[in-house]
Design a protein around this ligand. Structure first.
Ligand code: MOS
Length: 746
């Protein structure tokens, strides 16, 4: 394979960094259109029942108010109606909550009205005047209390029961444990609140500026909602201030703004409050797990049994791969798993960074650690003894797997040798010291994606794709790939994104953007190079030698921005000169690229390991993380600086998951009680030590031409167990319910 990835053309800094820090970058809520109006959502204060009466009079007559829309007067989008499959076989009824569709209440915090005014302040004030009376029904929001009601998911795509070898074989092993684990509800809480600006032209063309991880997905959903052709729906998300999965679908508040804009025939801007972010844009679902795991006395795994139940809403089945990891992460002959859903009177969850695998590895990697203590064995050694050299679930070779190298790098950098073998035996500065580790793994994916390149006469390459970037630095990565491929400096490359009118890019999710879109960009560059060579053939005199007076494409090569004669590289011509001499204003190439066939031959995953050294205060149970080493096998690293930043960000999310984050419902009301940043604790600088991020940085030979695997998810997956295991090493207390706050340690 031709690899161009070791040249010097790596932009260290983000290409959009200056725009972001100077405020030039415009996020959804910052767009201002002529005639703009401002909206505020009113939400339900009960968790289940119906709206008996809604008094909107005071709100409607408040100063500046233009409309109050609710189930009483909303014009339903056509997509809310059941589809007549005889007329439209591909048609799909709207998935998810149909806003203002009926008087039914399915969750506390459900949007029940939208108030639109001429200013934001007036909308916010008028929203407080909307009064609802309810007919309450008994709600169920307590996951633990309702656990026995869990049932197998009804949807076909949900993971069903799995068995390899013998079920519950762990019980026959000489050493085994059986434990339950809880991961509570976590909310994504990106810095930027979800916001939307919706605008209709002549009642038939819809433009939406919104926070979305997939401009094409959102466009498709809105086309379906209003039966509109592609050219009539434009979705713009040039900058996204964090998402972590919360912007992976079109939410009710977006539809509310669109309904309001249609009614008013004016643009409507709506931004959620931080409180509303807890009930309107999904969350990591509450989950219960039980793991049974057993090994021989020398640490060879005999069996793993992994059961999980995840929370969903009463109106949708949301499922995730919590038990997946147990099927293939270790070489174990007997594995059985099950997965069930528990519908409660809550809003629907959504994938949150590392989705089910983050939840699943907390249990599996904690259980392995516990088993290691039972065996009197180093937990890292136990993992090495059960290293899966091929995928035991699919019975396929890995496309690449350097997890063993991750282990070596991580153990060396953290100083694993210093780890006390017996808990509660090491102290520093009056604190117990503990070391822990946890493994992460996530599918390495490659989806179809299209990109367009325009190589202009002035030497500038403009790349375009309808992708959005929630923060990892997609434009930077794409510029890097193009720069390295074409051998032209990054300053000469512009990447345009965040607009559904551009060639269809992938949704930013599942750690697959660089792999998917990068491949399309790579192919565009390859195509541009052959077009430049064709151009050179037309200007062949420049390449003539004393002996050779004809030049064919096969005689020429492209290297570092120049086309040259293969046999005599002094005969060369810069790409800009080729364009100028040929009087070509622009060379264009659009490529759609995708993976697929390799999945039949290889099992493709990214891997990581996280090592943590921490202190626990003997009296207060306060945990202070002292040192973190995180190592990723994410294939070839495209941009080291952005990659390190992404790994660090994921680990910070993992610190939150391990130590502080829990969205708590008061079950008397079915309402979140810590729905703000004062009470819902995300890690702050003081919680985060220096995070030492490393990469194996070896290309995957299969996944795509760059050899790059995904990284976003493995940065977080496995981290919580690393902390739980370190806490046990420090204190001898095994915490199996996250977050590990002080009350669980004293
Ligand atoms: Mo990610 S949870 O696929 O945004």
């Amino acid at each position: 394979m031709d690899n161009h990835f070791d040249t010097i053309h790596t932009p260290a800094d983000r290409v959009d960094g200056k725009d972001k820090v100077t405020g030039r970058a415009k996020y959804a809520a910052e767009h201002v259109l002529p005639g703009m109006t401002y909206a505020m959502i009113v939400s339900s204060t009960i968790a289940k029942g119906r709206i008996k009466a809604l008094d909107t009079k005071a709100a409607s007559s408040a100063p500046g108010v233009l409309a109050v829309i609710s189930h009483l007067n909303s014009e339903n989008p056509p997509g809310f109606s059941p589809v007549d499959k005889t007329k439209n076989p591909k048609g799909q009824e709207w998935q998810g909550l149909k806003i203002f569709y009926s008087d039914n209440i399915f969750s506390n915090g459900q949007p029940i009205a939208i108030v639109v005014a001429d200013t934001f302040e007036r909308a916010r004030y008028a929203a407080t005047l909307v009064k609802a009376q309810y007919e309450k029904e008994i709600h169920q929001t307590d996951f633990i209390k309702n656990l026995p009601k869990a049932a197998a998911p009804k949807t076909s795509w949900s993971p069903s029961e799995y068995k390899r070898g013998e079920a519950d074989a762990y019980k026959k092993a000489s050493a085994w444990i059986e434990q339950e684990y809880i991961v509570p509800t976590e909310t994504h809480n990106p810095m930027e609140m979800h916001a939307v600006v919706a605008h209709w032209e002549n009642d038939e063309k819809l433009t939406v500026y919104t926070k979305t991880q997939g401009v094409k997905d959102t466009q498709g959903e809105l086309m379906q909602l209003y039966n509109l052709p592609e050219e009539n729906v434009k979705v713009i998300a040039e900058f996204v201030g964090g998402g972590f999965g919360s912007a992976l679908r079109t939410w009710p508040h977006e539809v509310a703004a669109i309904i309001a804009a249609k009614k008013l025939k004016r643009p409507v801007k709506l931004m959620l409050t931080r409180e509303q972010m807890f009930t309107m844009v999904g969350y990591r679902p509450f989950a219960w797990q039980k793991i049974g795991i057993g090994a021989t006395t020398d640490g060879k795994l005999v069996g793993i049994t992994h059961h999980a139940v995840g929370q969903t809403s009463s109106y949708e089945n949301f499922s995730e791969g919590i038990v997946n990891v147990s099927k293939f992460l270790y070489d174990c002959p007997n594995v059985n798993t099950s997965y069930k859903l528990l519908p409660l009177d809550v809003n629907t969850p959504i994938w949150m960074r590392g989705p089910g695998e983050a939840t699943g590895t907390f249990a599996l990697e904690s259980a392995l650690d516990e088993l290691a203590y039972n065996l009197n064995m180093d937990p890292l050694e136990l993992r090495k003894r059960n290293y899966a050299h091929k995928d035991p679930e699919k019975n396929l070779p890995w496309s690449s797997k350097y997890l063993d190298e991750c282990y070596e790098i991580g153990a060396q950098k953290i100083g694993w040798n210093a780890r006390p073998e017996i808990p509660r035996t090491m102290m520093e500065d009056g604190m117990y010291v503990g070391y822990g580790m946890g493994t992460g793994v996530f599918f390495a994916l490659r989806w179809s994606a299209a990109a367009r390149g325009r190589l202009r006469e002035d030497g500038v390459l403009v790349l375009q794709s309808a992708v959005s970037d929630m923060g990892p630095g997609t434009a930077t990565a794409m510029v890097t790939i193009a720069s390295q491929n074409l051998g032209i400096p990054p300053e000469n490359i512009i990447f345009e994104l965040g607009n559904s009118s551009l060639p269809p890019g992938p949704t930013q999710g599942g750690s697959a953007t660089t792999s998917s879109l990068g491949s399309a960009v790579y192919e565009v560059c390859e195509d541009l190079k052959s077009k430049l060579i064709e151009l050179a053939v037309k200007q062949s005199e420049a390449f003539h030698t004393t002996t050779q007076h004809t030049v064919k494409a096969a005689d020429l090569v492209y290297e570092n921005g120049k086309v040259m004669l293969a046999v005599d590289k002094t005969k060369s011509m810069d790409y800009k000169d080729l364009l100028r001499n040929g009087a070509i204003k622009e060379l264009e190439s659009t490529k759609e690229s995708g993976g697929g066939p390799e999945l039949k031959k290889y099992s493709m995953y990214s891997f990581s390991v996280h090592f943590t050294k921490l202190h626990v205060h003997p009296l207060t149970g306060q945990v202070r993380i002292k040192q973190i080493v995180t190592v990723g096998d994410a294939g070839k690293i495209i941009n080291e600086k952005a990659a390190r930043s992404q790994m660090i960000g994921g680990v910070v999310g993992g610190i939150g998951m391990a130590l502080t984050e829990e969205a708590i419902i008061d079950h008397r009301f079915g309402r979140y009680i810590n729905n703000n940043f004062a009470d819902y604790h995300v890690p702050v600088n003081a919680d985060v030590p220096f995070i030492d991020a490393h990469f194996v940085n070896k290309p995957d030979p299969v996944i795509n031409p760059m050899g790059a695997k995904g990284m976003g998810e493995i940065a977080l997956i496995g981290y919580a167990a690393s902390v739980a295991n370190a806490v046990f090493n420090a204190t001898g207390v095994r915490v199996r319910r996250l977050p590990i706050n002080c009350d669980k340690l004293i």
